[in-house]
Design a protein around this ligand. Sequence first.
Ligand SMILES: *[C@@H]1O[C@H](CO)[C@@H](O)[C@H](O)[C@H]1NC(C)=O
Ligand SMILES: *[C@@H]1O[C@H](CO)[C@@H](O)[C@H](O)[C@H]1NC(C)=O
Length: 306
Amino acid sequence: MSQFLSFPTDIQSLVRFIYNSLRFVTVASTTVAFLLSTLLYFKQNSLIYPSYLPEGARTKVPRPDEYEISDWEEVTLTTPDKEKLNSYLLYSSKKENPGVTVLFLHGNAGNIGHRLPIARIFSEQMGFNIFMLSYRGYGLSTGRPCEKGLLIDAQTALEYLLKTERTKDTKIVLYGQSLGGALSIQLVNKNQDKISGLILENTFRSMRILIPTAFPPARYLAKMCHQVWPSETTLPKIKECPVLFLSGGKDELVPPDHMRVLHEVCVSPVKIFKEFPNGTHNDTVGEEGYFDTIQAFIQQVKKGKF
Ligand SMILES: *[C@@H]1O[C@H](CO)[C@@H](O)[C@H](O)[C@H]1NC(C)=O
Ligand SMILES: *[C@@H]1O[C@H](CO)[C@@H](O)[C@H](O)[C@H]1NC(C)=O
């Protein structure tokens, strides 16, 4: 039993461990298979929320100063359940009211500091405010990640932006990558009159549908997965909010047909699908035309017309 108890914490070794274990399971007893599934069940949060990757992600969070960003604030949000979320608010480089604040909801690994090169394009080149939410259990924020908790975190960030001086008179646009996309969909659904636009990048239909393709060794876990992220069934409840779908055609983690299905089920009067044929899961952001597409979308949201 001891090798099971000293479970690896690093995701790569975890996945390798599961692969090896399953190869073993095919010749082993159902008891062993049951034990493994049970362990996986309790370990699923470290698969779904690898906030400890890359190494040092819980202690080293790059700061906007390191990117010579000058107009920004560190915002520590306190959630209703008392978690402290160490986030950044980058202000528009424009002197006049930028009209829009983007709420950036990142993917499941790393921390907000790793996304500063992306965020500064919004604030400096496009001229919008951008709030980088650090979820519970990520970067320097307290707590542990889970679906319910991340929903509280996103709601807390939204309410902050709706009342704080320099953002309260701007429209809110959500920008969600991968897991952050799933979170964005839930947040828009609960706050339909407060959010003016939704941008989704390489996100998935639901966690249960994703698991068997993203982590084949964990396919037995899919039905037991307690982290649901039901994007496919929630998105059709969003009636008005314009949605932009950014899909990497070479996404190796979330099969691109997840984005196509989400686009199909979306009933919003404005839904735009933009495919980047060479985009991979985390590098779609580097494809030509990526930020131009986003800027054109947000400009339309800002003007209130398409
Ligand atoms: C995709 O990559 C191929 C091969 O590198 C290149 O020829 C093509 O122009 C790229 N397409 C786009 C849309 O960038
Ligand atoms: C992005 O994905 C590629 C290919 O899957 C991988 O090689 C690279 O390390 C990833 N980058 C980050 C920042 O995770």
